[in-house]
Design a protein around this ligand. Structure first.
Ligand code: SAM
Length: 257
């Protein structure tokens, strides 16, 4: 399957659509690194928020397959040109996803609440002045406001609402986004986390973080390549080792329960 991913072609483009870049590749590499677990998990509904060119959702559909044994795919983007480019990328690779032009998952919350097994997000994460966030065009692909967190902080509660009881979220973050604080915030919502891919480029240091509900830790303990083998306490210890600067949150003691 990795060879198919490597062959993903940029069949369509638009000056206002984000072309696959280091962050897109890191996210797909994380999915490939977790491929064995994903195949065992056998998700039924997968979703990408901010699909851009379609490189990630197409890769995910190729990794997991479609049809009777595979998953159903949904992807959103606020940029209508991105939705069109994604449609052409999917079609050129023989896979299908339902595509919706919307802000994060606006209008889909009721329909998808508690149903999404896998969510993937490469959000606009670059620290910028707040007024650059949500502008039309290509700027919406990267402009993340203060600490690059403006869109990320809107996506997290939506993810929490849409993810199923066994739901997994893979999200790209930048060091400037304070990923350890994001993990603590998600931990308060009941999610464990681990870094699946960490990558430094000349310009940025990226993490692809996987989040899953703590109740799922038995499954996670059996995962291939799992860092955390014995539940939430170890998961949090692992998080501390991954983010040495991590500050303890309000509920940090509950990690040992
Ligand atoms: C960094 S690009 C990632 C594109 C693609 N997923 C990839 O990895 O190559 C971020 C994408 O999120 C989209 N986006 C930004 N704000 C959004 C929002 N509020 N709701 C949905 N999509 C959004 C942008 O239009 C852009 O396509």
């Amino acid at each position: 399957m990795p060879s198919k991913i490597a062959q993903i072609r940029l069949v369509s483009s638009h000056p206002e659509v984000y072309e696959p870049c280091d962050d897109s590749f890191a996210l797909v590499d994380a999915l490939l690194a977790d491929q064995t677990n994903l195949l065992m998990y056998n998700p039924k509904l997968c979703m990408e928020v901010g699909c851009g060119s379609g490189y990630v959702i197409t890769s995910l559909a190729l990794v997991l397959g479609q049809g009777a044994c595979g998953a159903y795919y949904i992807a959103t983007d606020i940029n209508p040109h991105a939705v069109r480019v994604t449609s052409e990328t999917l079609e050129a690779h023989g896979v299908h996803a339902e595509l919706i032009t919307t802000d994060i998952a606006s209008g889909l919350e009721e329909r998808l609440a508690g149903l999404v097994d896998v969510m993937v997000v490469n959000p606009p994460y670059v620290p910028t002045p707040e007024e650059e966030v949500g502008r039309d065009g290509i700027a919406s692909a990267w402009a993340g406001g203060e600490n690059g967190r403006c869109v990320i902080d809107k996506i997290l509660p939506v993810a929490d609402k849409l993810l199923s009881d066994r739901g997994w979220l893979y999200m790209v973050t930048l060091t400037a986004n304070n990923p350890s604080e994001i993990c603590l915030q998600m931990r308060d919502k009941g999610y464990a986390s681990r870094i699946v891919v960490q990558r430094s480029t000349e310009e940025e240091s990226l993490h692809v973080i996987k989040f899953w509900r703590d109740s799922d830790d038995i499954l996670q303990a059996n995962e291939v390549g799992a860092v955390n083998k014995t539940g939430p306490a170890r998961i949090f210890e692992s998080l501390l080792s991954q983010f040495p600067g991590l500050l303890f949150g309000r509920n940090s003691n509950s990690s040992s329960t």
